[in-house]
Design a protein around this ligand. Structure first.
Ligand code: HEM
Length: 139
């Protein structure tokens, strides 16, 4: 039962994290399309989506760790699990960097804006790859 609830929370967090990452790509494209006038309206949306993503990633790591403890244990997991962990670590670093770049871009730094867009694209690639390695390991 506890395991099922943790797995449920793992999946809900995945949905929230995906909504944040892909949602922010849509908001970023709208900011680029609509220009300066839209920034005061859209930047708070991007910031809120970013915060949602941080909570989701923290929950994924916490519930994931608990699922390992309750399930196979750290010595019972296979190679795909460790590939998944390397991708999760890359995603975590990228989330820190994209948050910093987005903050600088909001202050008018164009180079930081380009960096944020690139990191956002990387995150949109990392999430499906993490899901793929999870399915290879546990599916
Ligand atoms: C962005 C981060 C993560 C994503 C997108 C993600 C995604 C997933 C998905 C889609 C599954 C289901 C796989 C299947 O049943 O076929 C899964 C299961 C699992 N994940 Fe994650 N995960 C993430 C982070 C983590 C972390 C950090 C850990 C461990 C520290 C972890 C541990 C597990 C475990 C143990 C399962 C199997 C649960 C079970 O069926 O008993 N995950 N994850």
């Amino acid at each position: 039962m506890t395991h099922d609830l943790l797995l449920w929370l793992h999946f809900v967090s995945l949905a929230l994290g995906g909504a944040s990452t892909f949602g922010n790509a849509v908001v970023g494209a709208a900011v680029a399309r609509q220009g300066e006038a839209a920034r005061p309206h859209l930047l708070p949306v991007a910031r809120s989506l970013g915060r949602l993503g941080h909570v989701a990633l923290a929950l994924l790591i916490l519930t994931g760790g608990a699922l390992v403890e309750m399930g196979p244990g750290w010595s019972g997991v296979g190679l795909w699990f460790w590939v998944k962990m390397a991708l999760v670590a890359t995603l975590t670093v990228s989330v820190v960097l994209v948050t910093r770049a987005a903050r600088m871009a909001a202050g008018g730094d164009a180079a930081a804006g380009r960096r944020a867009r690139l990191l956002g694209r990387l995150n949109m690639l990392l999430i499906p790859l993490i899901v793929l390695t999870a399915v290879f390991e546990f599916g």
